[in-house]
Design a protein around this ligand. Structure first.
Ligand SMILES: O=C(O)CCC(=O)C(=O)O
Ligand SMILES: [Fe+2]
Length: 343
């Protein structure tokens, strides 16, 4: 399987003038236009910050269930915060939206994810307050993860600038997008994909994550040493490429929101977390856990998503998407993945 190309963000961050910034942004944007995903090196987040986050994350997921349940994700789509135990979230419900046959849709709806998660937002986001376990349980959990959150927010602001520059947007459209991408809206997820027995590995209805598209604006993906993240090479090909975990690389994929804002210039790619094929050939009886930290760059809930007018003009005046309220789009998709609230 091919692997995802890597581009360097450092020249963009350090370029002194707009012309060289434009050139540097293009190295990233060319991959995104073709595929909707790319690996980013030179992102400026010290490896130690990432290692510390994985360290506290291991400690948290190693706690007994009763301790983890001191910070339960509520039974409602929002606030999208706190701990969700294994088997609750069903990515197959979202995956079914993108499946082409009825049989595939029915199968995906019956499948469940063998993962547990913990969702975190900005402390300044008062409409979605964080849900933390008591500090006495793991004193370094909150500060370590908020440090990473801040770094990922800074990185996402650089990437937004690079994406906007490559789209050749007007100053007024750039101002609109900066305002829409409020730094307190992203949602950071700690994801622990549990070890799988030989039986679970063979059972297709036990998944890590079904093929889906993100409904973020764009997503940053930090993974530890165990891979499995795969993107559809180009829309409609059905062939997947592998995002190999590498120190110093954060993966980036476009979500449905930025696809619309960019008038389709940047596609939102299908992606999945695969179970490693042939993993048990060495005689082991389980395959190992996988740990990752997706960072969903979301927009203000009151935003209306429409292709940016200056981009539409450059595309010959054709807007490829009708305006849609972000709130409506989110409610619909949350309801699909976490159906408890509507049963
Ligand atoms: O765990 C990962 O690396 C990515 C997960 C993902 O695609 C998602 O949660 O939307
Ligand atoms: Fe995703």
């Amino acid at each position: 399987m091919q692997s995802v190309p890597i581009a360097d963000l450092h020249p963009f961050i350090t370029s002194p003038d707009i012309a060289s910034k434009r050139t540097a942004a293009e190295t990233i944007a060319s991959h995104l236009r073709a595929h909707g995903y790319v690996g980013i090196k030179g992102h400026g987040i010290p490896q130690e910050i990432l290692n510390n986050a994985f360290d506290v994350m291991h400690k948290f997921f190693d706690l007994p269930l009763a301790d983890k349940m001191t910070a339960p994700h509520p039974d409602t789509p929002t606030p999208h915060r706190g701990y969700l135990a294994a088997g609750v979230e069903k990515s197959g419900n979202l995956g079914a939206v993108y499946a082409s046959t009825e049989a595939e849709k029915a199968f995906l709806r019956s499948a469940s994810d063998w993962k547990e998660t913990f969702d975190i937002g900005s402390p300044a986001n008062t409409s979605q307050p964080n849900i933390w376990p008591p500090a006495s349980l793991l004193p370094s959990f909150q500060p370590t993860l908020l440090t990473l959150y801040t770094h990922l927010t800074t990185l996402s602001a650089h990437l937004l600038e690079a994406l906007m520059l490559s789209l050749d947007l007007s100053a007024s459209d750039r101002a609109t997008l900066r305002n829409m991408h409020d730094p307190h809206e992203p949602s950071m997820r700690l994801a622990h994909y549990l070890p799988l027995s030989a039986e679970q590995l063979r059972d297709a209805s036990v998944m890590r994550i079904a093929p889906h598209r993100d409904f973020s604006s764009f997503t940053l993906l930090v993974q530890e040493s165990v891979g499995g993240l795969e993107f559809e090479e180009r829309r409609g090909t059905g062939a997947y490429v592998c995002a190999v975990p590498r120190d110093g690389v954060v993966y980036l994929n476009i979500g449905d929101v930025f696809e619309r804002l960019s008038n389709g210039v940047y596609p939102s790619p299908l992606h999945r977390i695969s179970k490693p094929a042939g993993a048990l050939e060495g005689g082991e009886d389980t395959i190992p856990s996988r740990y990752s930290i997706p960072f969903f760059v979301n927009i203000r809930p009151d935003a209306v998503i429409r292709p940016m007018p200056s981009r539409v003009e450059r595309d010959g005046g054709e807007a490829r998407f009708a305006p849609i309220s972000y709130m409506d789009m989110c409610q619909e998709l949350f309801t699909l993945t976490q159906p408890r609230g509507v049963e």
